[in-house]
Design a protein. Structure first.
Ligand code: CMC
Length: 431
């Protein structure tokens, strides 16, 4: 809280509200006492300008294109760390020492299996079920197979057994959901493989065709997961916090986060981008047609993979993902026409005043799908990949929310009621 205050004048009356300052100097008017003082509430649909909590996890400056986890720039983390190192950072606030990282890696191996009874659940999903619905269901059932413990025996640096289990098992569930989807036998996690290599092996190893884990695939996957690991109060993270504020445990909150992420305006955009690029390809690369549709105010069509609520400049994640994309395709010698189409579309958009004036640049989802495709990951798994990356961020926010008395109050927005006020009841026979 600063000494500064804000004055709100309504109907000639002045209300004084405290001002809160962030560590980077951003200021917020604390309106919590406004209703008590004045009877007024604030209206902010879509939370365009509402801070829902105070947080120490991720710093984002949408005007400058800055994204930092616990103070570290994402470019440095993506260049120098593996995913679980960054997960540790998000969860505990510090990068692990070599010893702590070893322990965390050991936990990822130790908890990688899922209860065999859970495997029967996979059998009863209809063919072609969405891996996202499978993921959210299976995460929910972890609550019953691995009950959360009130008192942890040996938490280290803030990593609880429940957290470590969740991080490790979600990876296994994600890979198993793919194997079940294509009807292949499950491949169990191996103790000799790293987090990302293990995931790729569980996805692609087959009894008749052993999989060789390509180093570039492991590097790319680590970077992609790091770049998706947190993004402060986005839709799915806010969902995790809101559901958690009702007092439920970690698993149901993460399951809710997975469902929120699924939407095409959020994590599901990476699937929609591939469909859009495919459509443009099939339509003879008629870029003008799709750009015109996106600009037409009477057409709901949008160029997916462009625009962001908070970035008014190039999304820093997209910049790094674009670099990884080129490196992966070059190393694996993949010639994907969709990359060329994506690059051309980006170029045309960058020359078009409609997009420039609205600050619409590629976002995190624009190039990621092309990398996943080069790694052999099918389109219906793309949002699952996003979920795998976002998991440590969701958990960190859930932990932070629970450790802070103020943000753990039950989330309960108000509304401006615009319906009919008081109607005399009409009996069935008189209607
Ligand atoms: N194509 C064409 N026009 C667009 C687009 C787009 N992709 N995005 C925004 N606009 C226009 C929009 O029509 C509006 O124009 P006008 O001022 O004339 O009405 C203006 O730009 C502002 O758009 P908005 O909908 O008010 O912006 P928002 O902050 O509510 O929405 C967004 C942000 C990401 C939902 C939106 O840009 C969008 O729908 N993008 C495409 C979907 C997408 O790629 N989503 C992934 C987001 S990144 C992953 C994540 O972090 O979840």
């Amino acid at each position: 809280m600063t000494q500064e205050t804000a004055q709100l004048i309504v109907d000639g009356k002045t209300y004084t509200l405290p001002v809160v300052e962030s560590t980077t100097g951003e200021r917020a008017i604390d309106i919590r006492s406004l209703r008590q003082q004045s009877g007024y509430i604030t209206l902010d649909s879509g939370y365009m300008n509402t801070g829902s909590c105070q947080s120490t996890i991720t710093y984002l400056d949408g005007d400058q294109g800055i994204l930092r986890y616990r103070g570290y720039d994402i470019a440095d983390l993506a260049a120098n760390c593996v995913f679980i190192e960054v997960a540790y950072l998000l969860l505990t606030g510090e990068l692990p020492t070599a010893k702590e990282l070893d322990r965390f890696k050991y936990d990822m191996t130790r908890y990688a299996l899922i209860h065999e009874d859970m495997i029967h659940f996979f059998d009863h999903f209809p063919p072609n079920s969405s891996p996202m619905s499978i993921l959210s269901t299976m995460v929910g059932t972890l609550h019953d197979f691995y009950p959360e413990m009130d008192q942890e025996e040996d938490p280290y640096g803030g990593i609880t057994t429940t957290t470590a289990r969740l991080l490790s098992k979600v990876r296994t569930i994600a890979a198993f959901s793919y194997k079940k989807n294509i009807g292949h036998p499950l491949v169990y996690p191996r103790p000799d493989l790293s987090y990302c290599a293990n995931f790729l092996n569980m996805m692609f190893d087959r009894p008749n065709m052993p999989y060789r884990v390509e180093p570039i695939a492991v590097i790319a996957l680590n970077k992609l997961l790091i770049l998706h690991a947190d993004h402060e109060q986005n839709c799915s993270t806010s969902t995790v916090r809101l559901v958690g504020s009702a007092g439920v445990g970690l698993y149901p909150c993460i399951s809710a986060g997975v469902n929120a992420l699924w939407g095409p305006s959020h994590g599901g955009a990476n699937v929609a981008v591939m469909r859009m690029l495919e459509t443009i390809r099939r339509d003879g690369r008629d870029y003008d047609k799709y750009i015109a549709k996106a600009k037409d105010p009477n057409d709901p069509y949008r160029l997916t993979g462009f625009g962001h609520r908070v970035y008014k400049t190039y999304d820093p994640r997209a910049k790094l993902i674009k670099e990884i994309c080129t490196a992966v395709l070059d190393t694996l010698q993949v010639d994907d026409p969709l990359l060329e189409i994506a690059q051309e579309l980006e170029y045309r958009v960058s020359q078009d005043d409609y997009f420039v004036s609205r600050n619409l640049y590629p976002n995190v989802d624009f190039y990621s799908g092309i990398i996943y495709r080069a790694l052999g990951i099918p389109t219906n798994m793309f949002t699952v990949m996003f979920a795998l990356g976002r998991l440590p961020g969701w958990i960190a926010h859930w932990q932070e929310m629970n450790s802070d008395k103020d943000s753990s109050r039950i989330g309960r927005p108000r509304q401006v009621y615009r319906g009919l006020v008081n109607r005399p009841f009409v009996r069935l026979e008189d209607r």
